[in-house]
Design a protein around this ligand. Structure first.
Ligand code: PLP
Length: 403
């Protein structure tokens, strides 16, 4: 086989369909978020980021940065190996205690990313619970889908956020160990699941609940414990999974649950056992970030104000955006080529960075700009973004009228 030829053909197809991904080259500047430097060959442009998942700017917070720097100075850079080989770093233990407390669980277990935590935990649960069936919301993230696939357990998809469908499907499964896997905030539509109903249905069928709170931790609940904390449901959910890489501004993933559950995953999950642990400095920085957001609501409140303001201004200009109750504002484009083009123009002409979201991240025909306003976006930033989008919308309407 001519392997390179095969690769090139596959890439050509992606390009023809408008789904080829081009990444901007940017450099975050500590303390200057949401501005970043963009590199175009020798040139450097300052742009405003509107698509970061560092939702609250905690990656630039003085306490978080200071803690990380101090930890590197005192502990060095890497963890030195897997925890099986190099032991539990003290900072891993402190972070796990902080996370268990965040969700009101007995224990937590760290992974190198949210993706790995979902992949490792779901694949282990599905593989190691005899006869298990995993009932997965059809909108679940790739990391959950891959974990379930790897487990080789039977999988049943239920309609997105449809607890009645879940109820029917749980009944049909009958008397087997059942795991209901779902998310709180779905990252592309920004919709929030009907958590109470899902939990009640799962309880009625004796199913275990597996909740991904990746887009909600730090963001919702009085201490940032996510939607499960906000709605007073955390104690009724068997396993809560999250990330340290989005609202907490660092990197890493975790699960929380009972001591037995976490020890079970720790003991059997290859995605935990066979990979180098998080650098201690990352663990220390994440701990500082979680502690800060447990005590401070300021970031969440300002962030909500920014979301409301941007939505109102988009409405005033007639720019369509998907309604939801979260911090994610999807501006729908519905065409991969246009989506890419609008994103390029925003970057080149307006110094605004919003990554186009195309297939396979979202279904074909639902391509969008996914905007995530944060507490560090100023009124002037909002006005600039709305002016840019309004101008593009007028040009598109004009082009449409002429055609
Ligand atoms: N779960 C969901 C719902 C996600 O959207 C993501 C990433 O975007 C992940 C898990 C993976 O988290 P991480 O970025 O920490 O790997």
């Amino acid at each position: 086989m001519d392997f390179d030829q095969h690769f090139k053909q596959a890439l050509e197809t992606l390009k023809r369909e408008g789904n080829y991904r081009v990444f901007a080259e940017v450099e975050r500047q500590c303390g200057n978020f949401p501005k970043v430097k963009r590199y175009i060959g020798e040139e450097v442009q300052e742009v405003t980021v509107w698509c970061s998942n560092d939702y609250l700017g905690m990656g630039h917070h003085a306490d978080v940065v200071g803690t990380m720097v101090d930890a590197v100075q005192s502990c060095g850079t890497g963890a030195g190996g897997t925890r099986n080989i190099s032991g539990n770093n003290h900072m891993h233990r402190l972070l796990e205690e902080e996370l268990a407390d965040l969700h009101g669980k007995e224990q937590a277990l760290l992974f190198t990313s949210g993706y790995v935590s979902n992949w490792a935990a779901l694949s282990t649960l599905g593989a190691k619970i005899p006869g298990a069936v995993i009932l997965s919301d059809e909108g679940n993230h790739a990391s959950m889908i891959e974990g379930i696939r790897h487990s080789r357990a039977d999988k049943v998809l239920w309609k997105h956020n449809d607890w009645r469908d879940l109820d029917r499907k749980l009944r049909a499964v009958g008397d087997r160990p059942k795991i209901v896997a779902f998310e709180s905030v779905y990252s592309m539509d920004g919709d929030i699941c009907p958590m109470r109903e899902i939990v009640e249905v799962a309880e009625a069928h004796g199913a275990m609940t597996y909740l991904d709170e990746v887009h909600a931790v730090g963001m919702y609940g009085p201490r940032g414990g996510g939607i499960s904390e906000e709605r007073g449901l955390a104690d009724r959910i068997t396993l809560i999974e999250g990330t340290l890489g989005k609202a907490y501004g660092v990197v890493g993933g975790y699960i929380t649950g009972s001591t037995a559950l976490c020890d079970f995953i720790r003991s059997f999950a290859s995605g935990f056992i066979f990979t180098t642990a998080l650098p201690p400095a990352c663990a220390a920085a994440a701990t500082a970030s979680i502690r800060h957001l447990k005590a401070s609501t300021q970031e969440r409140l300002v962030q909500r104000d920014r979301v409301a303001k941007l939505r109102a201004k988009l409405d005033a200009q007639g720019i369509p955006h998907m309604a939801n109750d979260s911090h994610i504002i999807p501006v729908m484009i519905g065409d991969p080529v246009k989506c890419r083009m609008i994103s390029d123009i925003l970057m080149q002409d307006w110094g605004i960075y919003v990554q186009p979201i195309n297939y396979p991240t979202v279904p074909k025909g639902t391509e969008r700009l996914r905007i995530t306003p944060g507490p560090l976006h100023s009124d002037a930033d909002i006005d600039h973004l709305v002016a840019a989008l309004a101008s593009l919308w007028r040009q598109c309407a004009l082009a449409h009228a002429v055609a």
